[in-house]
Ligand binder design. Structure first.
Ligand SMILES: [Zn+2]
Length: 472
């Protein structure tokens, strides 16, 4: 699951976290976090500053109080969507579900799970009557199930605020120098100049993570050494790749003042955490969430993976959709309480984790998630030997119509197979688009076979691999 990358902020906000007092933020960071970013958010119509302040207070409430507030917000949310959203109005009427009667998150179990296929089938009827501006997004980045959905301003504000709060846990803030190692499509969008301006203002630099050629890796290492970022943000796989490259070249990166590496969007393996921490000389903070399901959980410096429980209800369910016993692994199912304009109710993430009933030593009352088994994305290799992140290929597939699921298998540097599960609107006319897109990435002479299949074979339990390379 991918994560939005706007809005991170640190500084000694919670005075119970002594570790963050070590260095005070620079004047520029205080200006960026205290004035410029709030102004930027207000101009965008976002309420993220006020939400962050609310969340910074509520994180210290005890867990029973957080749960009580969550239940109240859940009831209000369900009443709202039952009135305004055609899909839920009909569902509640058909099933006799009374949102006014909701007393706790357990009442959600009377509603069906929401799959990506449901959203694909009912997308237009999931928009609230009289909704405000909605932005269109696509995902399926690493899940092999493309999805188009919409997000309103309320939800964006919440995502920014939740991420900003979690950033501040680590003693860094918006405006601290940041290197973002992230995918970026070849095609340039119209917002590029605005984005460049904003990134400059908040001292955030995007280093495209798709191509990992030797010369590109040398450039990454040189950039980090020259600019000495305070924080890094990226895929664990990409940061690990850069770290190993620096080690191979004998280039030190642990003397530059990097404080923390925020990683997200893929499963973080212990070995990756150890490599990133050692080579960059920093802490590693894992984050879990995405544009679709929201900013679900983030690690604190005490090691707890805290759920954003004020505004997100997370359930763990078994194969039949029933809640698993506490402490048992289950598929994570998410209800996002700030998405009334395009609701996600009991949304199946496809990720497996354990809802942990223990308390975190940091003192926050936010509940914990552990043993998160996110997706893994393999690297692939172009005909000329350039190694690239698998998302470089997924980006080509994820916005095409008619594709319910996919799996990419790179057999050799000369042959890649793409299996597609078509839905009712599938049109074979997309095949040349796929072939040309893949050849642009992998090399003009590479053979790309596109096959439609009824279903995709399952991997071993808990492991989701939609990009597999046998050519590395
Ligand atoms: Zn904690």
């Amino acid at each position: 699951m991918s994560a939005s990358r706007t809005g991170r902020r640190g500084g000694p906000g919670g005075n119970r976290v002594a570790a963050t007092e070590a260095t005070s933020p620079s004047l520029y960071t205080r200006l960026a976090a205290g004035v410029l970013f709030p102004l930027h958010e207000r101009l965008k119509g976002h309420a993220s500053v006020a939400i962050r302040e609310r969340l910074e207070r509520s994180q210290w409430l005890d867990s029973a109080e957080i749960e009580r507030e969550q239940s109240q917000r859940l009831r209000e949310f369900l009443v709202d969507i039952g009135a305004r959203v055609p899909y839920y109005r009909e569902l509640f009427q058909r099933t006799g579900f009374d949102p006014q009667a909701v007393r706790s998150a357990a009442d959600l179990q009377r509603l069906p799970l929401l799959t990506k296929a449901d959203i694909r089938a009912h997308g237009e009827r999931m928009k609230a009557d009289g909704h405000g501006p909605l932005s269109r997004y696509n995902t399926g980045g690493s899940s092999g199930e493309p999805l188009v959905f919409y997000i309103g301003r309320g939800r964006k504000s919440h995502d920014v605020a939740a991420k900003w709060r979690a950033t501040r846990w680590w003693g860094v803030d918006i405006g601290d120098r940041e290197a973002v190692i992230w995918g970026s499509p070849i095609e340039h969008g119209t917002q590029d100049r605005m984005k460049a301006l904003r990134d400059g203002l908040f001292r955030s630099t995007l280093l495209p993570a798709f191509e990992m050629s030797e010369s590109r890796l040398d450039q990454f290492v040189a950039w980090v050494r020259r600019h000495r970022p305070t924080m890094l943000f990226g895929y664990p796989s990409a940061l690990t790749y850069i770290a190993r490259h620096a080690e191979k070249r004998g280039q030190r990166l642990d003397d530059l003042g990097v404080k923390v590496a925020f990683v997200t969007s893929e499963r973080l393996y212990d070995e990756q955490r150890e490599t990133i921490a050692r080579v960059f000389g920093c802490r590693v903070a894992n984050g879990y969430g995405g544009r679709d399901a929201g900013f679900i959980a983030h690690e604190c410096p005490a090691g707890g993976m805290h759920l954003s429980a004020e505004d997100i209800v997370v359930e763990a369910v078994d194969g039949e959709g029933r809640p698993v016993a506490p402490g048992q692994p289950g598929e994570l199912v998410v209800t996002e309480l700030s998405t009334a304009e395009f609701p996600f109710v009991r949304y199946r993430t496809g990720d497996v984790g354990v809802l942990d009933e223990s308390r975190c030593p940091c003192g926050r009352g936010l509940p914990l998630l552990r043993d998160l088994q996110g997706r893994t994305t393999d690297f692939v290799v172009a005909a000329d030997g350039t190694v690239m992140h698998g998302l470089a290929l997924i980006y080509i597939l994820r916005d095409l119509p008619g594709i319910e699921g996919f799996k990419v298998t790179q057999e050799t540097r000369r042959l890649t197979r793409v299996q597609i599960v078509p839905d009712a609107s599938y049109d074979a006319a997309v095949i040349p688009t796929i072939v040309q897109g893949f050849q642009r990435r992998l090399g003009a002479g590479v053979e790309v076979q596109v096959l439609t299949v009824a279903s995709l074979p399952r991997e071993r339990s808990g492991k989701y691999r939609y990009i597999v390379s046998h050519a590395l």
